[in-house]
Design a protein around this ligand. Sequence first.
Ligand code: AMP
Length: 418
Amino acid sequence: MKYTAPRGTQDILPADSWKWQRVERVFRETAERFGYKEIRFPVFEETELFARGIGDSTDIVRKEMYTFPDRKGRSLTLRPEGTASVVRSFIEHSMGRGARVTKLRYFCPMFRYERPQAGRYRQFWQWGLEAIGSLSPAIDAEIILFSVRYFEGLGLERTEARINSAGCPSCTPAYNDLLRKELAPRLERFCDDCRERYERNPRRMFDCKNESCQALLSDAPSILDALCDECRDHFAGVEAHLKAVSVPYVIDSGLARGLDYYTKTIFEIHYTKLGAQSALCGGGRYDGLTEELGGKPTPACGVSAGVERLISALEEEGAFPNAAPGPDIYLVAGSDGAAELNVALAARLRETFSVEMDYQGRSFNKQMQEAGRMNARFVLVNQGEGGPLKLREAATGWEVSPGEGEIEKAIRDRLASP
Ligand code: AMP
């Protein structure tokens, strides 16, 4: 019997996990600068939360959830996204007390029962932000700016924000009617999914991946011409705030998001060098969701994105260094006696530096090769029995012979020198 990781899941091995650490560290540092605190919520929730929160007509709820009864017959679901859980937690813990704006972030795995294919997994990671408690367009623009800065921090410059409005319950019914009326004569030419979307929520047809459906929508009426005064003013406010912080953006009235809860602003950030699959993240406002989930009416805005997708974009763009960062020091034993001495020397040096060494009695040459393979910054050769130590910087060939008590200082001085 050979065990393998379940279909649609993957192990992230040390050859790659350093990239994940970098993507998560830059996320954490950027989110801290923007004031978004971490929330950790359960891996599973009551199924009803997602059915209500994400929307019955979405692909996620209709066919992609990992739903199972627990031993008492309660229906539970592995989280397919973060927003419903965050809003549930916001309500449960009365986080909005005192009318403050609650700004939260998460970076964690999600689960969807999808057909695995390139870039599509059944367990995948998302990063996300949620700002709950303000209707101000400053929040929408802040979240868009965060996303742009995050990608810049990872080395993806010159992203482009695409923005649209999803309207609100007072302007979308009339727009849905208009859209249905305009599309009715050509409905037969849309795909099966789109014909179903036409009935349930015709705006979702814009989200179809089929080029022929997209072509049929090219002259469809724009929601931006159908917004109520409040949504139009809000949209203008988002534009003004984006201009104020110099975020390049384009208005894309064909932009739709796959989740039902969006109101007013929706957006995606694209890295156009990636071609057709260029969206790095997407989000928007969900002013009705808190009330829908049993809380007081509370406006909110958020963003989320897949981490696997981001990492492949960074790889394609050569935004990672060529090799995983290696240890500060590889400690080489030049003799059997030195190998014994190295045990204590490594323990001492590890109080300050990351140190690797040989554990298998390999030859001097093999140890030197291993130091190179590991990408160690310095190689420290210990001859043992009072022989001189040799400290060498791998990249430059810089070399000294420090006394035993001088190693730390020699390395620190070298690291501090320009
Ligand atoms: P959504 O929550 O459906 O808007 O998805 C947001 C992002 O999560 C997508 O743009 C993808 O990058 C990522 N994502 C969604 N589903 C998967 C999946 N099955 N595997 C990998 N990434 C995914």
